[in-house]
Design a protein around this ligand. Sequence first.
Ligand code: AHR
Length: 493
Amino acid sequence: MKNFRMLINADDKIGHINRELYGHFSEHLGRCIYGGIYVGENSDIPNIHGIRKDVIDAFKQIKMPVLRWPGGCFADEYHWQDGIGDKSKRKKMVNTNWGGVVEDNSFGTHEFMELCELVGCEPYIAGNVGSGTVQELSEWIEYMTFDGISPMSELRRANGREKPWKLKYLGIGNENWGCGGNMRAEYYLDKYRNFQTYCKNYSGNQLFKVACGPGGGGEYWYQWTEVLMKNLNKDQVNAISLHTYNVPNWEHKGSATDFTTDEYYTIMDLANYMDTLITRHTEIMNRYDPENKIGLIVDEWGNWFDVEEGTNPGFLYQQNTMRDALVAALMLNIFNRHSKRVIMANIAQVVNVLQAIILTEGEKLVKTPTFHVFDMYKAHQDAECIYCHSQNVNLCEGKHVPMVSSSASVKDGVMTITLANCSLDESAEISCDICNFDAKTVSACILSDEVHTYNSFDEPEKVSIKPYEATLSGGRLTVELPACAVVTLTING
Ligand code: AHR
């Protein structure tokens, strides 16, 4: 066992944790939308207008704040008018990015907006810049948000929706340096300026415009951020995005469930790199925007492994173990600590794709260890992140894998501390001094198991949240973190 001192200072506020830091991403990819979220009205699986009820309930359980759609790479090939009106007449298209399967467009704007309404989350639409037109995106906004008389609002009414929806988050393209058009930063910048001009605020709706930002770290990507920040003013952009996945090697990504300790450390090292990435991009943003008006949105993040054996390689279906839970825990702690600049983050992807929080098979549904971490962290939403620092050790020479990951926040007189012990074989005793907060009682819960453990359709509850113990005496908190564990402490003042 290792002993660590920790210090929390409730008076030292680091940033407001927007609830959107706990956001999600859904793409027309594999079984994310079809089968995962949407089964159609005639399905035997309980649904509301085709949307799975069990999925809605699960999304509500974690207080899902925002859902990004329809891509991903799919977004820059998506023509929204194909996905409205009579379903039997909707155009069928080929999903060129993801397995070349037929996309029948039965899940479109109305279905997505209804899903968000049922869950109670903000919709975040990614517009088509790569293969779409300025007019097409402009009309989509008009279709969704205009309350008056116009061709698009009339079309929406003819399709059964009288009142406009509220749409806040709008991405102007996705990965336009890659699948979204292979553009250079300067070219995308001009495209962005052009497209955003015609994305209007109708009927009291206020768009929050997100430009396609960098895809990682290194000079190329820092330059991308620099070009955007230097040439966009605050009336044109509200945030820039950052995408990054934990992939050791794109040719051999490795198995989601069968991995060595060395492979485990590699993924943890990549996950911890998020801290450096955000720090470096934030430094550039600070130079052009010291007042912090433009946010950073990490709207795709997570582990990317080889697909499960026997599944379509274009569907990106992978299992989810305690390793994924630790990655989620430490990355969410990083986002909390950077909440001054990072205003949203969306894990990829929500159901059946990559580091999914939910897996489905027919009518069965499994909540993955990553789901449970979102459940354990939800009290951070809309709280104030406060100073929290722990003594630490690095677990692997040549890599950056701190044993303990932590963050803390306060909301409505309640302090939430989230901790992860990333060691696979050693427990950690944390002895924490809490300053400027009258800590009266503590309760705790834990997610812990051997690192390869996962929830299957036969054993859906194998990894689950359990009650836990911590002690509080004279302002000092003591808790033991077993190896490979995520712990949430709730302290009432
Ligand atoms: O999430 C899978 C893909 O990863 C998305 O479509 C794309 O934006 C990213 O490269």
